[in-house]
Design a protein around this ligand. Structure first.
Ligand code: GLA
Length: 663
């Protein structure tokens, strides 16, 4: 990100996807003028312009793009130039019908929207490489271009393809992973249900199986791994095509907690991490969900500044009810991302479209034009971001808490044929993140193999799949003085999704000091009272403590007296086990105990007022985002870069934001 920031003269990036090809050329001059008025300094150009840049295979038309880039450069707007490969034109499938996407049932998915290609198609990779080579050779030296935008939201609409070419690629991936078919048979436990394979050709993707039945879980897990790797491979191919002719930084825009893509294994392909984030309107905790996604993105970037590539100025168009953002919400959202480490806030898109499937999606220039509240807010946000330019390059202060969230475990924990459909690692992770968010504790969302240095508390929410190595690392963390909180359905299986025998939670039993003998999931919606904290939902268990203190037991029912929450002192640290899904109130009470010594970024703020500190050589900055309807007094001294107010404590009014450079 540093290189991009430098190219922007040290400013925070501000802008949008810019799709000039949707408009007549007369509009382009007005676009540049309005971008200047709004303080826009970076736009992503050409994301969906393959069909214009290569109208027929091998014939390129770059004239219009030359003119667009020249105008932007003349206007002082930098460009994140897209490889334009996000969506192949109609001629591509006409020439390569074998690249058609096929769903799990075997239906072919037609052209007519976007991303209509099979990720394993070599024809797609070849066609993309040809276009990228022409484009990068032509524009690498263009003074407007400061970075490359490779593809767009990979796998958003084509993350799993079940066609024959995918089957071949899957077999190749399996052969690489296992070497010998017997190893695969072992990993997939094919002794069960007469599934033993004797040749690779017998294996396919987990297509829809016999009625009311379950595909082999080992096959499912490897399929999810393969699909994520396969799409990452396209990214590698495209990135290599860019790098063959350019040294400029490149990125691809992630989609946060996108279940099918294990982004942790993707980040080494790119030079900077960028993410797209959209609020889900009917999520009551959408503000916290935004914060959690930003915490994930920063962790993916290993704490370095990252780029918010897309968010929305107001409503989107793809939810059942597309709720407009309320007064000040866009500004608060943008500042949340920047507070949590983004050095830029870009939108989808610059000008709201007249036609096409996204014409009702908000943009920086709305259909109403500049005589609108939205436009005034856009201009104000540009001025605000320019006022905090000195923050760029700083990093979010060391977090006290880490929540582990691993894609492999997420996949495996949510397959069919499990004890309860209500188990949801994401929901449990969110509940713990919310407990931190409400207390203004710094949190990172890390992977089980990420370093644990610097954290006081590490949370394992439904970390179902755990390797021996990860267990050893968590044990060492606790022995050295750390606090670990592991929930139910953690440590249950190894990397092959095989149960760890001898009592649950398998890998973690010794560390936590509990032996669970049987899972007792609850009927839908039921709560089970505990002897302290309150109640649990979804899950209960039959078992006993073996070395841990039982701090809450099940109070009623068949598991009455068995441990629900335990604590064990290990070495200099503490290991907690939470054997049920605590209700929000119960979790809040437990969290107060767990986090007693973990310091908030700013103490004494009510829930709904976020405070995050960014730290750099130039100083330390406290971002305060007041999501509540009341003014709040923030006990921090310094200058608010937004209002210019000096001193402190600072009053941050309802719905407002402050960025305080500390004295
Ligand atoms: C994604 C895509 C954009 C646009 C937006 C709409 O983020 O990358 O092209 O479709 O969604 O919200």
């Amino acid at each position: 990100m540093e290189q991009v920031t430098r190219a922007l003269g040290g400013r925070i990036a501000y802008g949008a996807d810019y799709n000039p090809e949707q408009w007549p050329e007369e509009v382009w001059d007005e676009d540049v003028r309005l971008m200047q008025e709004a303080g826009v300094n970076l736009v992503s150009v050409g994301i969906f312009s393959w069909a214009l840049l290569e109208p027929t295979p091998g014939d390129h038309d770059f004239g219009w793009l030359d003119r667009v880039l020249d105008k932007l450069h003349a206007g002082g707007i930098a460009v994140d130039l897209a490889t334009a490969t996000a969506s192949p034109p109609p001629w591509f499938l006409e020439r390569h019908p074998e690249a058609t996407l096929v769903d799990q049932v075997g239906n072919r998915r037609a052209f007519g929207a976007r991303q209509a290609y099979c990720p394993s198609s070599t024809a797609y990779r070849d066609a993309a490489t040809t276009l990228i080579t022409e484009l990068v050779k032509r524009y690498d030296e263009h003074p407007a271009v400061v970075m490359w935008h490779v593809n767009n939201e990979y796998g958003c609409h084509n993350d799993h393809c079940f066609c024959d070419a995918s089957a071949v690629a899957f077999r190749r991936w399996l052969a690489d992973r296992y070497g010998a078919i017997e190893k695969l048979n072992e990993a997939w436990a094919t002794a069960f249900w007469s599934q033993r394979y004797t040749s690779w050709e017998q294996i396919g993707p987990p297509r829809q199986v016999s009625y009311g039945n379950f595909a082999n879980p080992g096959q499912q897990l490897d399929w999810w791994r393969f699909c994520s790797d396969e799409i990452r491979e396209i990214f590698r191919v495209e990135a290599a095509a860019v790098r063959a002719h350019s040294d400029k930084p490149l990125t691809t825009n992630f989609m946060g907690f996108r279940k099918s893509l294990d982004y942790r294994s993707w980040v080494d392909v790119e030079d900077l991490v960028s993410n797209d984030h959209y609020l889900i309107a009917d999520d009551e905790d959408r503000t916290q969900q935004l914060a959690m996604t930003a915490d994930l993105t920063r962790s993916l970037a290993h704490g370095e500044p990252w780029l918010l590539m897309e968010h929305s100025t107001s409503a989107v168009n793809w939810q059942p009810r597309n709720i407009a953002k309320t007064t000040g919400e866009m500004r608060r959202n943008s500042f949340q991302h920047v507070a949590r480490g983004a050095d830029g806030a870009l939108f989808f898109q610059w000008r709201a479209s007249r036609g096409g499937a996204e014409k009702f999606h908000s943009a920086m220039v709305p259909h109403a034009g500049t005589e609108s509240r939205l436009w005034r807010d856009v201009v104000r946000l540009g001025a605000d971001l320019s006022a905090i330019a000195e923050v760029s390059g700083t990093k979010v202060a060391q977090a006290g808490v880490a929540i582990c969230f691993d894609w492999e475990s997420w996949w495996a924990a949510t397959f069919d044929s499990h004890p309860s459909v209500d188990v949801d690692p994401m929901a449990t992770a969110r509940a713990w993140h919310k407990a931190c968010w409400a207390r203004n504790l710094g949190v990172d969302i890390i992977g089980v193999t990420d370093p644990l240095d610097g954290y006081e508390v590490v949370v394992l929410p439904v970390q179902y799949l755990l390797s021996d190595e990860a267990v050893a690392r968590f044990t060492a963390f606790v022995e050295a003085g750390g606090t670990l909180v592991a929930t139910y359905f953690s440590g249950i299986v190894d990397e092959h999704d095989h149960i760890r025998l001898g009592g649950y939670p398998g890998g973690l039993s010794d560390l936590l000091g509990v032996r669970i003998e049987e899972f007792c999931p609850l009927p839908e919606g039921d709560e089970i009272p505990l002897t302290s904290y309150g109640s649990g939902t979804i899950w209960s268990e039959r078992g006993r403590a073996v070395g841990a203190d039982v701090v809450a037991a099940y109070a009623t029912g068949d598991c009455a007296g068995d441990p629900a929450v335990t604590r064990r002192r290990v070495g200099r640290g503490t290991a907690w086990y939470v054997g049920t899904e605590l209700t929000p109130e119960a979790l809040d009470t437990l969290a107060t105990q767990v986090f007693t010594t973990t310091k908030p970024v700013v103490g004494g703020l009510p829930e709904g007022v976020e405070a995050i500190r960014r730290v750099g050589e130039q100083g330390t900055y406290v971002f305060v985002i007041n999501h509540t309807h009341e003014a709040v007094i923030v006990p921090v001294r310094g200058t608010d870069l937004l209002s210019g107010n000096d001193g402190g404590p600072h009053v941050v009014r309802a719905g407002q934001v402050a960025v305080i450079r500390e004295e």
